[in-house]
Write a protein that binds this ligand. Structure first.
Ligand code: PGA
Length: 250
């Protein structure tokens, strides 16, 4: 498993034809590097078209969300097996926009993590504090709580399939990324919490940083030994900046 992992979270951007163009542009620019893994997370409606274009390429497909149920009367939801069927390898779970705009609780997120693991979908589990929590000095306790509730009941042997993304809410979409020191402090705390709470060797767990990552600030962030890659929003909608971030991470 490459130590560097760069994931593009397209959020609610790109129609099918726009998605095809973006992927073709990324594939034209990207020179695969064995130390870096790349994944894209387009909207649900684009997954099939993007999946076809990614066949036989080293870029993995991710979904942005998943339902915790296998099937049934759950209007508007998408099940883990539907995502597997479309070729998804990863799924983003617990993104702050899901938590704060759509009311996802730590408990719901925990159910989604278990559902994804059950179907062999690898979770990219997002955690992060809000500005008022940081200003009150509660960043690390918020992170610990999100980790412990979100990952409750996860078996030791499943941890190698889980990626953690630390995304401070105040840094997402604001243009104000965390400093390397701020991110490193939280990443180190996440790693130590995984080791003490779950008794696992957390040196092998990939912990990404997310929140206003750009081709300009990526280099400094990737200098930190605790930061294994990035979950990129705005900058991944442009093929050049997304590929540049991947190159910088190598
Ligand atoms: P941003 O989004 O890079 O636009 O801040 C990151 C994310 O929400 O994952």
């Amino acid at each position: 498993m490459p130590n560097r992992f760069i994931v593009g979270n397209w959020k609610m951007h790109k129609t099918i034809s726009q998605a095809e163009t973006l992927i073709q542009d990324i594939l034209a620019l990207y020179q695969p590097n064995p130390s870096v893994e790349l994944a894209v997370a387009p909207p649900f409606v684009d997954l099939q078209a993007v999946s076809k274009l990614l066949t036989s390429t080293p870029i993995h497909l991710a979904a942005q969300n998943v339902c915790a149920k296998d099937e049934g009367a759950f209007t508007g939801e998408i099940s883990p097996s539907m995502l597997k069927d479309l070729g998804c390898h990863y799924v983003i779970i617990g993104h702050s926009e899901r938590r704060h705009l759509f009311g996802e609780s730590n408990h719901m997120i925990n159910e989604k993590i278990h559902a994804a693991l059950h179907h062999d979908l690898h979770p990219i589990f997002c955690i992060g504090e809000r500005l008022e929590e940081r200003e009150a000095g509660h960043s690390l306790s918020v992170i610990q709580h999100q980790l412990q509730t979100g990952l409750a009941g996860v078996k030791t042997q499943d941890f190698h399939t889980i990626t953690i993304a630390y995304e401070p809410v105040w840094a997402i979409g604001t243009g104000k990324a965390a400093t390397v020191e701020e991110a490193t402090e939280v990443h180190a705390a996440i790693r130590s919490s995984l080791s003490t709470h779950w008794n696992i060797d957390s040196t092998h767990i990939r912990i990404l940083y997310g929140g206003s990552v750009t081709a300009e600030n990526a280099k400094a962030l990737f200098h930190s030994p605790h930061i294994n890659g990035a979950l990129v929003g705005k900058a991944c909608l442009n093929s050049e900046s997304f590929v540049k971030i991947a190159e910088i991470s190598a």
